[in-house]
Design a protein around this ligand. Sequence first.
Ligand code: 6GU
Length: 229
Amino acid sequence: MKITAISIFPEYFAATKLSLIGKAIDSKLIEFAPIDLREFTHDNHKTVDDTPYGGGAGMVMKPEPWGEAIDSSLNRHDGIVDLIILTPAGRTFNQELANKFAQRENLIFACGRYEGIDARVADFYRGHQRVRLHEISIGNYVLNGGEVAALVMIEAITRLIPGVIGNPDSLLEESHNEIGEVEYPVYTKPAEWRGLQVPEVLKSGNHGEISNWRRSEAKRRSNSLRESE
Ligand code: 6GU
């Protein structure tokens, strides 16, 4: 999978060098390039924003640098590209979308700042031959920009690529699968810690009872999480 992330703060993406994503990059399972939006400006101040037409608070990101940065990024990729514009007004990211994007070859993340990117950028690329456009949010809260949201998506997506995580069994057993059921509680040694015991059933060696117990605990947990919303 080839990933490009366009941002005025490409340094955010240094985090991709760590841990499993970093290893996947080293082993060429993933190719990742952070792109500095300001490289696609042509004025001395490297201006990326301006005041909104119609008035109002804040600044809007200018379309020209975005158009040039996205066109240049498209040239790094072959064939169809999923262009993901990060915006709090987008569709909420979830595991189902992570699974879908994990099957794609080419992802470009466009990380907006300020009050967002001039709307014509999305309109233009929605009609582009090589682009599938997505406007995505990671949840109902406001961040200063799309960089952290892109990192969240990159981690959720890349860990689903075969070979990226060490033990693929954990993908099967996992917390937030499509069903939205949260995983069972886990324990390790010691058997007693600060007066708290590991549940007897887990030490019983009875695999049937263990898996029944885990299923019922998982159900209990996901019910009580939903009630606390
Ligand atoms: Cl993608 N961007 C911003 N600025 N805020 C967000 C978000 C994205 N997702 C949730 N909040």
